[in-house]
Write a protein that binds this ligand. Structure first.
Ligand code: C2E
Ligand code: MG
Ligand code: MG
Length: 694
């Protein structure tokens, strides 16, 4: 029994032993599986994990932790945590200890500024070990900081840029509104929320956005301009358009700058009138509109008479003021929808888009001339300007801007030639005239070289002594095809081109050569030579005169220079005149009485005589007022000890009258016309004189 029992017992023991081993093996296996599963899980997670036991010896390190700690698992497992150089190892020791002691999870984000890394650390203690969980949140942190920065910037933008940023929902009401521009617009964000968007911009922009399209445009809000950029606002998940987002920039300053730039590009700074550019634009539009509607319109080319003289003599300030005054007067003479432009200089162009006919244009042109002729009080001067107006009508006188302007210009030239203060409608013959003028200008340049200029001499009589006392030198042009031309036909061109300076010097030299011959027999004989205002502006003019006299052995009392009244006001000419007068050369004011000279001017200048304009003499017999005028001129001249010459004496009666009022000298057809040198030398007074050839 015992044996059996022992055997059983033994067997039982053996069995129990076997059973225990199996159980242990199974338990071990389970445990191993659990560990492996756990390790598999540890490996499977994307985050870094390592485990330390209670002695803080590393027992496991997963792959991501290897990367973060920059060491292989083999090198780390079995090491004490303090020994691991990486801060994610050694530096965590105090935290792990604390977590273990308190039994709580410890979480912290480590920042490694040098490496630009952010690691989230989570320490989870348990009874026998501690799990350290490392998550690389660098990318997230960077994104967050970027977001923060961009939000800050956005805030800066919304606060500082002159814009309104807004969103709207599908029923076109604002759902959010912000932006610095609100203040300027006198709006507040809270007043706009839930309000219809058309308080800020047109509904059409939103409709575009709701239809999935971006929209851009501008609108005016009171005094301010906004530029809108509107985009559809989409549901993030499904992409449906559930509203609109927009930025409305305040572009008021930009618009104002644009307007200023446009104004200065299109307007004349001096008068504020449209300039050439703007005129061309208006004219092109007018032609297009009138062309399609078969309408007529008129272009008036207005050129000021005597403006150049004022500008040259009284200075540019006065000239500018005259132009401004004329601009204002022209603008007052027309209706609001007429256009008054200043393309340049002393020229104005007026467009009358709704003109009824020639009679109506005439009335307007006359009104303009009347207004311009009214006296102007500028900087203490009482000034008178006139205007010549040339008129071209669309489509009769031209169908293009260029032809209309050039035809009106040609008509203006005709008006000017007729004596100014007149208006003339374009005629076909004028075109030829204008081109002829150009040809003449070119030919005139060669007139001296080709020896085509002539001087004619008109005798001047001493009325008291009844003798020939001198003559006036008057230029002529012996044109190869046109024949002998009077100065009126070419001197205006010479004045314009400046060629007058050469002509006058040539005439002076020729006159001196003549005088040298005549004086041999008639010692006191004098010659009067006309000088242009331009001559006196030449620095060396006085020297040229002295030199010429010297070369011809003449004393200065032999010469009289006839100046025009406009020179009287020219400060540049004054020193030259004084220089000439001081040397004993006589200075006489030609055509006296037609200009604006007054006694006060005469007193200031070194004048020795005046020549009474022939327009006064023409009327002295028939008109008592002309008689009174000439009488008073002579009396005044006498008081100032000036010599008086009456021009244009054609009749015995005129001569009698001027003699009766003690006018010293006289000149005119009654005595003789201007004569070519040979005819002049054949006058009885020079019977003994030698004939000179020039
Ligand atoms: P001006 O100096 O007043 O010359 C007088 C003009 O009146 C001359 O005309 C002369 O022929 C004209 N005339 C003289 N007596 C009579 C008369 O009894 N009845 C009429 N109806 N006319 C008379 P012209 O020669 O045609 O000269 C015109 C103007 O041209 C001159 O007027 C003068 O201002 C200018 N001129 C002539 N030669 C020169 C010159 O060499 N240089 C300059 N700068 N100007 C000149
Ligand atoms: Mg003269
Ligand atoms: Mg004269």
């Amino acid at each position: 029994m015992t044996l059996i029992a022992i055997a059983f017992a033994a067997a039982g023991f053996a069995c129990a032993d076997q059973l225990g081993r199996r159980a242990r093996t199974r338990a071990l296996k389970v445990a191993e599986d659990a560990v492996e599963r756990r390790f598999n899980i540890l490996e499977a997670v994307a985050d870094g994990m390592y485990i330390v036991d209670n002695d803080l010896i590393v027992t496991h390190v997963n792959e991501e932790a290897e990367r973060l700690l920059s060491s292989a698992a083999d090198a780390l497992v079995g090491l004490k945590l303090e020994k691991i150089v990486d801060p994610l190892g050694s530096e965590l020791v105090p935290d792990i200890r604390l977590a273990r002691k308190t039994g709580t999870i410890y979480e912290h984000t480590y920042l490694f500024p040098m490496a630009d890394r952010s690691i989230e650390v989570r320490i989870k203690p348990s009874a026998s070990e501690t799990l350290v969980h490392l998550r690389d949140v660098t990318a997230r942190a960077q994104a967050a900081s970027k977001l923060e920065k961009s939000e800050q910037r956005l805030q800066l933008v919304t606060q500082n840029v002159d814009a309104v940023l807004w969103t709207a929902d599908r029923d076109a009401r604002f759902s959010a509104v912000t932006g610095h521009a609100l203040t300027e617009l006198g709006l507040e964000s809270r007043d706009l929320i839930d309000e219809p968007c058309d308080r800020l911009l047109s509904r059409s922009y939103l409709d575009d956005a709701f239809a999935g399209k971006a929209a851009k445009g501008e609108s005016v809000l009171g005094e301010r301009w906004l530029r809108h950029h509107v985009e559809p606002l989409r549901d993030l998940r499904y992409g449906n358009v559930n509203g609109a987002v927009g930025i409305s920039i305040d572009i008021t300053e930009l618009k104002r700058a644009e307007q200023t730039a446009w104004r200065s590009a299109n307007h004349d700074r001096l008068t504020g009138l449209p300039n050439r550019l703007s005129l061309e634009h208006s004219l092109t539009e007018l032609i297009r509109d009138a062309g399609t509607g078969k309408r007529r319109f008129a272009l008036l080319f207005v050129d000021l008479d005597r403006f150049k003289a004022i500008n040259d003599t009284l200075g540019h300030d006065v000239g500018d003021e005259v132009l401004r005054t004329v601009a204002a007067r022209l603008a007052e003479s027309v209706r609001d929808d007429d256009i008054v432009a200043r393309p340049g200089g002393d020229e104005f162009i007026v467009l009358l888009p709704h003109v009824a006919g020639v009679a109506a244009i005439d009335i307007i042109a006359q009104r303009m001339i009347r207004r311009i002729r009214e006296p102007m009080e500028i900087q203490g001067h009482e000034l008178f300007v006139g205007a010549s107006i040339g008129i071209a009508t669309f489509p009769d006188h031209g169908r293009t801007a260029r032809s209309l302007v050039s035809h009106a210009d040609a008509a203006m030239y005709r008006a000017k030639r007729s004596g100014g203060n007149a208006h003339v409608h374009y005629e076909r013959s004028m075109e030829a005239e204008a081109s002829e003028r150009l040809t003449l200008e070119a030919e005139l340049r060669h007139a001296i070289d080709r020896n085509e200029l002539r001087v004619h001499y008109q005798p001047i009589f001493d009325v008291t002594a009844n003798v020939l006392s001198g003559c006036e030198a008057l230029v002529r042009w012996e044109h190869p095809t046109r024949g002998l031309m009077a100065p009126d036909a070419f001197l205006p061109i010479a004045e314009e081109t400046g060629f007058i300076v050469e002509i006058d010097r040539w005439v002076l030299a020729a006159s001196c050569a003549m005088l040298m011959a005549v004086r041999a027999d008639v010692p006191g004989f004098r010659v009067a030579v006309n000088v242009s205002p331009r001559d006196l502006r030449e620095q060396d003019f006085a020297d040229f005169v002295f030199d010429t006299l010297r070369r011809h052995d003449l004393t200065s009392d032999a010469l009289t220079l006839e100046i025009t009244e406009q020179v009287v006001l020219d400060p540049v000419a004054l020193p030259t005149l004084q220089n000439l007068a001081a040397a004993g050369i006589r200075i006489a004011i030609d055509d006296f009485g037609v200009g604006y000279s007054s006694l006060s001017y005469l007193k200031r200048l070194p004048i020795s005589g005046v020549k009474v304009d022939r327009s006064f003499i023409a009327d002295v017999v028939s008109d008592a007022r002309s008689r009174a005028l000439v009488k008073s001129i002579v009396a005044m001249a006498e008081a100032l000890s000036l010599e008086v010459t009456a021009e244009g004496i054609e009749t015995e009666e005129q001569l009698e009258f001027v003699s009766s009022i003690a006018c010293g000298s006289a000149q005119g057809y009654h005595f003789s016309k201007a004569l070519a040198l040979s005819g002049f030398m054949a006058l009885p007074a020079f019977e003994t004189a030698r004939v000179v050839a020039i």
